[in-house]
Design a protein around this ligand. Structure first.
Ligand SMILES: NC(=O)c1ccc[n+]([C@@H]2O[C@H](COP(=O)([O-])OP(=O)(O)OC[C@H]3O[C@@H](n4cnc5c(N)ncnc54)[C@H](O)[C@@H]3O)[C@@H](O)[C@H]2O)c1
Length: 258
């Protein structure tokens, strides 16, 4: 079969991947390039983006990078136009950029709330809004990266859980409004992944937190490799995932099963 080692073939197609400087976004951008895709890799972190671009040089697809802070919602349309300008088309939008922090309910400030909601939920909406005409033209799709935290309530994560539950609702509402259009819109919901976001010292629980409560979200099985989740994103985003539409697909090692 043509394409990368997992059998994906994105030859001649173009994707926009956010959060591409690190973790799952980086793994997805690299997997797409290995599958022959042209990728616009977007992130606020220029150094990480350069590392992604360097790792993508082996092709067979190609990569361009754009440093952008997606909390600037006015910029989302221009980010999409940059992808269309670079490759002349757009087949896949992967909304992967995200931030997380842990706090007691009482400690969350309006500024923290807005930042999490803007990056995790509002930017995917406005990127999708701009991308949809192009995606309908190519019979392409959107993959939103949600989280187990959007399916189950997670203590100390109110804004994050709300943003990811919102992203799942957004996925379904857009899928229904466009049920007659040739486009597929889905969400993938991982639990813990081996990425910088989940690395020790990054997501710090608030002082005096309940260990019992936190252990509920630690997961019983080991954390997923971002490459495995990226592989699933490529499957869902391609024609091989043609019958997924409006789905929230848990890939969480049983985290939300019970
Ligand atoms: N790591 C986990 O355990 C886990 C679990 C479930 C869901 N997720 C979700 O997976 C996605 C990828 O996370 P990851 O684990 O790879 O984390 P990560 O921190 O390695 O990567 C997130 C990327 O998003 C980028 N980003 C943050 N704010 C941005 C902004 N304003 N504009 C543009 N880019 C911005 C960061 O620079 C970073 O490169 C996120 O949406 C996250 O919520 C992660």
């Amino acid at each position: 079969m043509e394409g990368d080692r997992m059998g994906h073939d994105y030859t001649g197609k173009a994707a926009l991947v956010t959060g591409a400087a690190s973790g799952l976004g980086q793994a997805t951008a690299l997997a797409l390039v290995r599958a022959g895709c042209g990728v616009l890799a977007v992130d606020v972190a220029a150094e990480g983006l350069a590392a992604t671009a360097a790792a993508a040089q082996a092709g067979p697809g190609s990569i361009q990078t754009l440093t952008a802070d997606l909390s600037d919602l006015e910029r989302c349309a221009a980010v999409v136009e940059k992808a269309v300008g670079a490759f002349g088309r757009l087949d896949l939008l992967c909304n992967i950029a995200g931030i997380a922090r842990m706090d007691y309910i009482a400690a969350v400030t309006p500024e923290q709330w807005r930042r999490i909601i803007d990056i995790n939920l509002a930017a995917p909406f406005f990127l999708s809004q701009a991308a949809l005409p192009h995606l309908i033209e190519t019979k392409g799709g959107i993959v939103n990266v949600a989280s187990s935290a959007g399916i189950q309530g997670q203590a100390y994560m109110s804004p994050y859980s709300a943003s990811k539950a919102g992203l799942i609702g957004l996925t379904k509402a857009m899928a229904m409004e466009l049920i007659h259009a040739p486009v597929r819109i889905n969400a993938v919901a991982p639990a813990g992944m081996k990425t910088p976001m989940a690395a020790p010292g990054h997501l710090v629980p608030p002082e005096g937190f309940s260990v019992d409560l936190l252990m509920r979200y630690a997961g019983i099985r080991e954390q997923a490799d971002p490459e495995a989740v990226a592989d699933f994103i490529l499957y869902v985003g391609s024609g091989r995932g043609a019958f997924f539409h409006g789905a929230c697909l848990s890939m969480d090692q049983g985290q939300t099963a019970g």
